[in-house]
Design a protein around this ligand. Structure first.
Ligand code: SAM
Length: 288
């Protein structure tokens, strides 16, 4: 009788542990060993929201997206990037350096479906994921280039209205890789075009940010609420005031009805006068 009771208790205990493990483990919808590690798409506690994780590290979501809603931007810095829409004269030709899960691509195409986009991504698994999980929500497809963005820039022939640089791997950037990158990109912008750089603070060397400030005549910047990223918006030519952009942001918001209201996003940006460059540059680590 005693043995039976012990067996029953063991059975119940193991059952509880197993079911707890089952609820904790995510469902894996996609798995591919890429040259840059194991990439998986997993479910999250929110319906329709999927997450991309690397090397089975389920505590760190590299990216999240919501199937059926390309206007959902899951990472804190992403809504800040949308301010670029009111900094450029036109949105005909766009270059994305670092496609990732295609969050910005989906958002951009939702509002500007006629834009021609070149999307450069070093990891074939990311392009695969965009094709399998996101293309059904994207109104116009991009030209995907599976290659190193730094090399791609060396061969650019045309000019772009908007260039968004968001190329990261899980290690600090090597400042030398960025040598002349901003000079080249500046020359690949159309007149009235805009360059956006997402800087994840711990991984971007101060020298890289200094180089951006040296290359572009006008820069506005915003930090995410968790102080993890700084988004820099850069353009050439005569400087415009924040009031100029408030008018443009308001008009565009009325016309397009963006999910993340442009006038609200604009309020997060500081238009940086030369005297304040150093304050922003020194927010980044030296990383020798
Ligand atoms: C933060 S994600 C980009 C997210 C993207 N902006 C979005 O809207 O979803 C960074 C991406 O840059 C890619 N990447 C890293 N180094 C690269 C390089 N040298 N050339 C091209 N892509 C690169 C990574 O594979 C990763 O997918």
């Amino acid at each position: 009788m005693f043995c039976k009771l012990v067996r029953l208790l063991c059975f119940l205990f193991i059952g509880v542990v197993e079911s707890a493990e089952k609820t904790a483990a995510p469902t894996i919808l996609y798995s591919r060993q890429s040259p840059l590690g194991l990439i998986e798409v997993i479910t999250t506690s929110e319906p329709e929201v999927l997450s991309i994780c690397e090397n089975k590290d389920y505590d760190v979501m590299q990216s999240t997206f919501k199937q059926g809603d390309p206007t959902y931007l899951g990472l804190l810095y992403e809504p800040l990037v949308t301010i670029s829409f009111c900094f450029t004269k036109k949105l005909n030709k766009v270059l994305l350096l670092g496609l990732g899960a295609g969050d910005f691509l989906g958002y951009l195409m939702n509002y500007f479906p006629t834009a021609q986009v070149d999307a450069v991504e070093i990891n074939p698994a990311m392009i695969d994921i965009v094709k399998q999980f996101r293309e059904m929500d994207i109104k116009n497809l991009a030209n995907y280039h599976c290659r190193d963005g730094f090399e791609y820039v060396d061969e650019i022939k045309g000019h772009y209205d908007l260039i968004f640089c968001d190329m990261y791997l899980e290690k600090p950037s090597i400042a030398e890789k960025y040598t002349n990158l901003f000079k080249k990109l500046k020359n690949c912008l159309k007149e009235g075009g805009v360059f956006i750089f997402n800087a994840y603070i711990p991984l971007v060397p101060r020298a890289v940010v200094k180089d951006i400030f040296e290359n572009f005549e006008n820069i506005a910047a915003a930090m995410t609420d968790d102080e993890g990223n700084i988004v820099l918006i850069c353009y050439q030519g005569p400087a415009k005031t924040k009031e100029n952009f408030e008018k443009i942001a308001g008009d565009m918001q009325d016309k397009y009805g963006f999910h993340y209201a442009l006038p609200d996003v604009l309020q997060k940006f500081e238009f940086i006068p030369p005297a304040n460059h150093e304050t922003w540059i020194t927010k980044f680590p030296v990383l020798s």
